[in-house]
Ligand binder design. Structure first.
Ligand code: ZN
Length: 321
């Protein structure tokens, strides 16, 4: 089998300066090569799959000879109905992958000199595309499980006499959610969001393959896992690893997500917590991949991902935010 295009030396070249210097023509060719890598950059009609199309030279529009459908290099992908120049999307991807702890939309809007709203939706689309890789997958082998709480911050009252114990459920605002991670030793990382660790147990049963060996901490709700998996427990008040059980890989994922929360986004709670968590599993799993390859992987994921139901026309629609 021939080498995948994305791994070939022809496809490897990344510095922001190189991307920023691309002409419109070069950026368009790069997009074509990534989107239609299976056909060496030859356009494939998204409607009928026909390879025979012609281009209007001046407009960069393809017309299919089979079904007369008109399409562009971004039609039917996550970048459909794009607002920016193609080169700016490549630049956005290059910037996005370079941030080991993520990249905020505000920074991206300054980098690209575009509106904050445009940068926000663009970054969310990239999160959706890279996060989709692990949708519906199961973890297997030695699997570390852990939960980390995010969001629902309640500010302390100004006057001391008005302050409440914010650790008590009745003094919280109900917005605190837990990200659950299932991390294979020497393998992939999966995550999902749950109201509590206890409520996450049924999903863990579904998403961890039977026959796996599960590692978890001493929290009592993980006792339920013993009925289904061979489960090893580590009591963190005594040790972080006892030679048998250890959840340090899962903790390492939370370290990245926590730093992204504190240092980059300041707020990764609410309905999009899962998107940020999936982005961080992708970064964690690909942490030893060169940025040139990451750039191609993210561009490939975005150009092969269908139009986003949620993010398409986000600011034009009346989306509950
Ligand atoms: Zn067609």
């Amino acid at each position: 089998m021939s080498q995948h295009f994305l791994l070939s030396s022809a496809a490897r070249s990344l510095s922001l300066a190189t991307v920023a210097r691309m002409s419109d023509e070069e950026a368009w060719s790069a997009f074509k090569a990534i989107r239609w890598s299976d056909t060496q950059g030859e356009a494939v009609c998204p409607r009928c799959g026909c390879l025979d199309s012609y281009t209007y030279k001046t407009r960069k529009v393809f017309r299919c000879r089979g079904c007369s459908h008109q399409f562009t290099v971004t039609s039917g992908t996550i970048f459909a109905s794009r607002k920016l120049a193609i080169r700016d999307y490549l630049l956005a991807i290059a910037i996005f992958v370079n941030g080991a702890k993520g990249h905020s939309a505000l920074q991206l809007s300054r980098d690209l000199n575009c509106q904050y709203k445009t940068a926000y939706v663009l970054a969310m689309k990239l999160r959706e595309a890279v996060g989709a890789e692990t949708d519906g997958q199961q973890a297997s082998g030695q699997v570390e499980i852990d939960g980390g709480y995010f969001g629902g911050y309640v500010k302390a009252a100004n006057q001391k006499e008005n302050r409440r114990d914010r650790r008590l459920v009745r003094n919280q605002n109900g917005k605190r959610k837990v990200v659950i991670v299932m991390r294979e030793r020497n393998g992939k990382t999966l995550s999902f969001v749950s109201p509590s660790e206890d409520a996450a147990v049924p999903t863990i049963r579904e998403r961890v393959a039977s026959g796996s060996i599960v590692h978890a901490d001493e929290a009592s709700h993980w006792d339920q896992l013993h009925a289904r998996f061979e489960t090893k427990r580590i009591n963190h008040s005594l040790a972080y690893s006892n030679g048998e059980a250890c959840t340090n890989q899962a903790e390492s994922f939370f370290s990245r997500l926590r730093r992204a929360e504190i240092g980059i986004h300041h707020h990764v709670a609410g309905p999009y917590l899962a998107s940020y968590a999936n982005e961080m599993t992708w970064r964690e799993d690909n942490r030893r991949v060169s940025n040139g390859e990451l750039y191609l992987m993210a561009a490939d994921a975005a150009l092969k991902h269908p139009i986003s139901k949620h993010w398409k026309g986000y600011w034009q629609r009346n989306v509950k935010r």
